[in-house]
Design a protein around this ligand. Structure first.
Ligand SMILES: *Cc1c(COP(=O)(O)O)cnc(C)c1O
Length: 371
């Protein structure tokens, strides 16, 4: 595997202040996770119950809202059932809080006073909230067309917003430039972020009675959750708690599917695509920086990629909202993918999620109501 460089905690802090690897390689953390099960089961129901598996050295540095341990709810889709993790129920309204609590705890440990970040939405909201909780200043670079509700959330949490004209990639480039002066708290590059999102895997495993599901249907934008699950289930395998890696099924919008295309062509790097408008803005990433790693994770798990059309996203959104769930349109893309997967699956335990809360997308949902 040549797309990443494995480093230890200490090497990471000493040599790579901004976590952007040399020669374009991305950094991953070498860390041995421990699972003292009987102690874990007695702790508070939040993600820090997996304390021995989280790479933050001192409890005093932890920046937390007592997040995590979200409900795993059974939902029916025609005559099939799946378990849906309620990841819309985090303090900032998406599972990005998993990554933010671990990454910002580490930033706090380093006594960093200001961070920069770039995001088209939920990652920015999460980093802004955790920076506020820790008293750390935060500049967030966003594409000009970012939803007003998400900007309001970041600004009220004290972040400074810098709007960048042009593509999502132009925003990332502006943030990378700023990162030469300030600490880059990036959800895509920073390896600690994935060591937060991996707690999704731990929770699913614990909620199933310390067993792995057969398959997970996950969103695939920058892959923070997908790669987190890859790390998390590997940790559980290595610890002997589970005995088989679940299949990772990754969902992309047909209008922006660089990885699904590469997978189909059996390529190891993301395919070059032009991104068309999609309701699933949260996963519309044309050039995911960890794309090769995402392809490798899906292949290794014997999983697959699924693409969903705009009509399928709308249908899934309508179906879920009609059942009383309130999720943002991006979340409905994953559910549309799940529905397709369930048609092909027999007698499997399948886990998926609601990735973001509908209250963040009121403007969009108001418009969609008129369709
Ligand atoms: C970030 C996000 C995704 C996609 O996650 P990646 O980590 O970019 O793959 C999906 N849904 C919501 C609501 C998100 O915020």
């Amino acid at each position: 595997m040549n797309f990443k460089e494995q480093v230890t905690h200490e090497q990471l802090d000493a040599a790579y202040a901004n976590y952007v690897g040399r020669n374009g390689y991305l950094l991953d953390l070498e860390f041995e996770a421990g699972f003292p099960i009987s102690a874990i089961e007695k702790r508070k129901p939040n993600l820090w119950r997996y304390r021995e598996a989280l790479p933050v050295l001192y409890d005093a540095d932890i920046v937390s809202f007592d997040e995590g341990f979200t409900p795993l709810l059974e939902v029916s889709f025609s005559n099939k059932k799946a378990l849906i993790k309620q990841e819309q129920l985090f303090a900032t309204g998406s599972y990005k809080d998993r990554g933010a609590t671990v990454m910002m705890s580490h930033v706090n440990h380093l006594k960093i006073k200001k961070v920069v970040q770039d995001s088209s939405g939920n990652a920015g909201c999460a980093v802004a909230a955790y920076a506020a909780r820790a008293g750390i200043a935060c500049d967030i670079y966003v594409p000009e067309d970012t939803a007003e509700a998400k900007l309001a959330q970041m600004e009220w949490n004290g972040a400074k917003i810098i709007k960048i004209k042009g593509s999502r990639e132009a925003t990332a480039a502006a943030a990378l430039k700023a990162a030469s002066l300030h600490y880059y708290a990036s959800h895509c590059y920073h390896p600690f972020f994935m060591h937060g999102t991996k707690t999704f895997a731990y929770e699913v495993c614990e909620q199933l009675g310390w067993k792995a599901p057969d398959a997970l249907v996950l969103p695939a934008g920058n892959g923070t959750l997908l790669l987190g699950c890859h790390i998390g289930f590997h940790d559980l395998l290595k610890a002997g708690i589970i005995h088989q890696m679940p299949k990772l099924v990754a969902v992309q919008s047909a209008n922006c599917a660089p990885l699904a295309k590469a997978f189909e062509l059996k390529q190891t790097q993301p395919a070059a695509v032009t991104s068309l408008h999609t309701l699933a803005e949260g996963i519309a990433i044309a050039a995911p920086v960890r794309g090769a790693q995402m392809l490798s994770a899906v292949n290794e798990s014997k999983g697959q990629f699924i693409t969903v059309t705009e009509d399928e996203i709308i249908d899934a959104l309508r179906e879920m909202l009609g059942q009383g769930f309130y999720i943002e349109p991006t979340s409905a893309a994953t559910i549309a993918g799940l529905k397709k997967y369930l048609l092909r699956s027999e007698n499997e335990t399948v886990v998926s999620l609601f990735s973001g809360h509908g209250l963040k997308s009121t403007e969009k949902l108001l418009k969609l109501r008129q369709l």
